[in-house]
Design a protein around this ligand. Structure first.
Ligand code: PLP
Length: 431
């Protein structure tokens, strides 16, 4: 039997059939395939239009196929797509400058890779290498403390760092040297940290774990421990960074007005960083950058001219186009509207900027017709209902529905999403 697919047969198969036949089944997928996107809108293969408040899970910062990205891609692709890191790369240097001077506004160095998990692997390597150089291998200073319910990616480093059992099952032996402490519990964080701790790593706003915002007290204790134990304080801004909270840096939004001004030693980004072009990045403060000298780390595709040109265009638009202010404005508009809603199934709206979690009441959901029989979690059940009504959202954990619209979403688009979601919750509530 030929292993080469017969083109006539395969093109007559639906996308679902092709996926099932040829693609590894490592994702549970919602039953729709998209053919086209423009701004906040997606069109399915059947031609149905959806309002996309998932943005590829916080990736499409400027919506689908924004002009600025299309132009940057075409222009740079025509000049130079790839160039090895054996050479100087102009676009990479310009992007690193943007990260250091505009996003971080602190002296440091950037490194570019291809995903969030890879960026976090880079942070973990950085923390261990820096401690090894300063204290020696015999010090055993290599432990990375992370948080429960965290998510740091699917590489072996990422799953070891992640504070959720479900991502680790069956992958033993895991990378050793990680401790997972309760999020937002300064006292247990202090108990966990010792002379052997190389770093504390956490998400300023936990995304996959259900939209949990770190408290100023947690930041402050982590910073005190950094100073006492000479460890690195590292933030995973893969989901909450690069403008999603209404500031370049998620932790600065979270800490604004709290009186606490905590700054990290290193940060990771991905997702929205290049608006949908696959890219990860990290920044490390100048005083720790020497740990990653020649030969310590690398990536064939990290920081190509194409990726960097696109990231520069996307980040430039976010910075210049009033997009950060729009994030805060739309957050307020959503909060104001949702504050007037009264549904037993909705217990809370939490989050920062346009990283918002609608928290469902599991008990009230039990009374929703069809829910028990569906065998779904409350979040998946509601995400399905919203999708059927034309609005794409994302589950986070069992009870949270995330809204992650493009950062340049308009008043009219937010109003439409509010109307659709209100209608969905009304229907579920039997009204
Ligand atoms: C906070 C955080 N870190 C890391 C990752 C992993 O990123 P990637 O899927 O690009 O490897 C994610 C992905 O959801 C994330 O939300």
């Amino acid at each position: 039997m030929s292993v080469v697919p017969d083109k006539t047969t395969s093109s007559s198969l639906s996308t679902e059939e092709l996926m099932n036949r040829y693609v590894l089944g490592n994702y549970g997928r919602f039953p729709v395939a998209f053919a086209r996107g423009e701004g906040v809108w997606l069109w399915s293969e059947e031609g149905r239009r959806y309002l996309d408040f998932s943005s590829g899970v916080a990736v499409c910062s400027l919506g689908h196929s924004p002009q600025v990205m299309v132009e940057a891609l075409a222009a740079q692709a025509a000049e130079l797509i790839h160039c090895s890191n054996l050479y100087w790369v102009r676009q990479q240097a310009e992007l690193a400058r943007f990260v250091v001077e505009t996003m971080m506004e602190r002296p440091g160095k950037a490194f570019f890779c291809n995903s969030g998990a890879e960026a976090n692997d880079g942070l973990i390597k950085l923390a261990r290498k820096r401690a090894w150089e300063k204290y020696g291998a015999e010090s055993g200073k290599n432990v990375v403390v992370t948080c429960r319910q965290s998510f740091h990616g699917r590489t072996l480093g990422g799953i070891a760092a992640t504070g959720q059992e479900k991502v680790k099952v069956g992958f033993d032996p895991l990378l050793p040297g990680f401790l997972h402490m309760p999020f937002n519990d300064p006292a247990t964080l202090r108990e966990a940290v010792t002379e052997k701790t190389a770093a504390i790593l956490f998400e300023p706003v936990q995304g996959e774990g259900g939209i949990h915002v770190a408290t100023p007290e947690f930041f402050a204790e982590a910073a005190r421990l950094r100073d006492e134990f000479d460890l690195l304080l590292m933030f995973d801004e893969v989901q909450c960074g690069a403008g999603r909270t209404g500031d370049w840096c998620g932790w600065r939004t979270v800490l604004a007005g709290s009186g606490a001004a905590v700054e990290p030693d290193a940060v990771s980004w991905a997702k929205g960083f290049a608006g949908g072009f696959p890219m990860g990045a990290l920044w490390v403060a100048d005083e720790h950058a020497a740990a990653m000298g020649p030969g310590t780390h690398g990536s064939t595709f990290g920081g190509t001219p194409l990726a960097c040109a696109v990231a520069l265009a996307v980040l430039g638009e976010i910075g210049d186009g009033g997009v950060l202010a729009n994030v805060k404005r739309q957050e307020s508009r959503i909060r104001e509207a949702v504050a007037t809603w009264d549904f037993p199934v909705l217990s809370e709206l939490r989050g920062v900027g346009l990283m918002l979690g609608f928290v469902l009441d599991a008990q009230a959901m039990a009374d929703v017709p069809g829910f028990a029989a569906s065998g779904k979690t409350p979040s998946i059940f509601v995400v399905n209902a919203a999708r059927e009504a034309g609005l794409l959202t994302v589950p986070a954990g069992e009870t949270v529905v995330r809204w992650l619209p493009p950062l340049n979403v308009t008043d009219a688009e937010v109003d439409e999403a509010l109307a659709v979601f209100h209608g969905v919750l009304s229907t579920l509530s039997g009204r």
